[in-house]
Design a binder for this molecule. Structure first.
Ligand code: PEP
Ligand code: MN
Length: 280
């Protein structure tokens, strides 16, 4: 019988950071892309799907670059109810069409259980965003699906809370989880968040799950994406998720942190990221 206290993990090595319990590394497959196999996976795309044309332009360029996966929000968790909320299911159809046309697996966020089944029918990976990491009914609902999940860290979550959020999904039956460090709230408002780079090896050791980094929401500033991506790769992150836009100055959300599409390929080359190498 498992005698661990209830707030500890039954499925992972530990919920703390003693580093004494390194577990075997797991891999997660999304379409032909494998996370946790050594080579960092590159996910890129707009913060939000804005139109059929916009996502087509972006997906075409990313496919030319052999980026591994496409991202794009259609249900957007915005701080203000007056900000662009995403195109909903109309946007889902646009990103699905672009992803299919350019043969890129795609990830998109779900915020409500009611939307889960329909989104899961079309996307290759479901994103649980920072604000919903604590949404336990939603975590249990994605746990019942056989669909890879990208679980972002809540901006206020401890290592223990994040580990146990992943445990909710796994304990419900879904083991295909990739974790994403996207910055936590700290005292300094100079950057949008503070990237907790230390969380990458800690969560890899605790859970064995692939851990990727989102430098876009971590920093909030496009000029910081390149150096922060380098740091993430250097510390052994299993991937990067980066926001790009064809015209960041006119983006409907997160333009200030989006890398200009025309500059993206050169940036990735400077980082030295090998992309498309071991995809099927
Ligand atoms: C996103 O990746 O689209 C997003 C909203 O990020 P986060 O949940 O980390 O704020
Ligand atoms: Mn965004």
């Amino acid at each position: 019988m498992n005698k661990k206290p209830a707030e500890q993990s039954k499925l992972f090595a530990t919920t703390d950071c003693t580093g004494e319990h390194a577990v075997a590394k797991r891999t997660v497959k999304v379409g032909g892309v494998t996370f946790g196999q050594g080579r960092p996976v590159l996910i890129a795309g707009p913060c939000a799907v804005e139109s059929a044309e916009q996502i087509d332009i972006i997906a075409a360029a990313l496919s030319d670059m052999q980026v591994d996966m496409l991202r794009g929000g259609v249900f957007k968790p915005r701080t203000s109810p007056y900000d662009f909320q995403g195109l909903g299911f109309e946007g889902l159809a646009y990103i699905h069409a672009a992803a299919k046309k350019y043969q890129l697996p795609f990830v998109t966020e779900v915020m409500e259980i009611a939307h889960l089944e329909k989104v899961a029918q079309y996307c290759d990976m479901i994103q649980i965003g920072s604000r919903n990491m604590y949404n336990y009914p939603l975590l249990k609902a994605v746990g019942k699906l056989q669909k890879p999940v990208l679980l972002k860290r809540a901006f206020s979550a401890t290592i223990k809370e994040w580990t146990l959020a992943a445990e909710y999904i796994m304990a419900t039956g879904n083991e295909q989880i990739v974790l994403c460090e996207r910055g936590i709230r700290s005292f300094d408002s100079c950057t949008r968040n503070t990237l907790d780079i230390t969380a990458v090896p800690i969560m890899q050791m605790n859970t064995g799950l692939p851990v990727i980094v989102d430098p876009s929401h971590a920093t909030g500033r496009s000029y910081l994406i390149e150096p922060v991506s380098r740091a993430a790769v250097a510390i052994g992150a299993d991937g990067l998720m980066i926001e790009v836009h064809q015209d960041p100055a006119n983006a409907l959300s997160d333009g200030e942190q989006s890398v200009k599409l025309a500059d993206f390929s050169a940036m990735i080359n400077r980082i030295g990221l090998e992309i498309g190498a071991n995809n099927e």
